[in-house]
Write a protein of this length. Structure first.
Length: 190
């Protein structure tokens, strides 16, 4: 069963939170329907709202130039990206688990992704105001820390190797997602 207690515990006391989650059994479908999809939807809606209402006058000099009429497309792309990235990163964690002689269980890897991404999703709910992207950077750093602790506690990656495991996994997942983006652009989806 999925409750808010483990989420708050992972954010407040990562070592204790991951310790409790390591012993729990949560299905991939439960993690997807109760955590990843709702959090991704909230982030996508925030980006859509920001594009449509709040950031119409945002200067392209600051790196953001999306017209209000593109808001639904931007929101849909955000949703697709977030959901896809969760599955890709869990798949990479699974594959990397074999290299690091740790767990290669997809459900456990998905658990690390779902709970580890909480800081980014919390900030993602505020992305209607684009300067929150700066806070998002700090949330990403905390997410990397949570992934590292979760990789040790849930996946069994050795303590001295967790940072490397996470860094390489994030790089590989980013390369895969870039490939998806290039392919989508080449066939005219984006």
């Amino acid at each position: 069963m999925l409750t808010f207690s483990p989420m708050f515990l992972v954010l407040k006391d990562p070592a204790a939170g991951w310790g409790a989650l390591a012993a729990s059994r949560i299905s991939v479908s439960a993690l997807f329907t109760r955590m990843i999809l709702p959090a991704s939807l909230v982030s996508a809606l925030a980006v859509t709202l920001g594009t449509a209402v709040f950031n119409r006058e945002w200067s392209p000099d600051f790196g953001y130039d999306t017209r209000a009429e593109n808001a639904l497309g931007v929101g849909a792309a955000t949703l697709l990206l977030l959901v896809t990235y969760a599955f890709v990163l869990a798949w990479v964690f699974t594959r990397m688990g074999r290299m690091y002689r740790s767990s290669d269980n997809f459900a456990d890897a998905f658990k690390v992704v779902a709970y580890g991404t909480l800081p980014v999703w919390v900030v993602g709910a505020c992305m209607f105001f684009m300067p929150m992207a700066l806070v998002g950077m700090a949330a990403f750093v905390y997410t990397c820390l949570l992934y590292s602790i979760g990789a040790g506690a849930v996946l069994g990656v050795k303590e001295g190797e967790t940072a490397e495991f996470v860094a390489i996994s994030l790089l590989l997942a980013t390369i895969i997602m870039t490939g998806f983006g290039v392919a989508a652009s080449a066939i005219g989806l984006v």
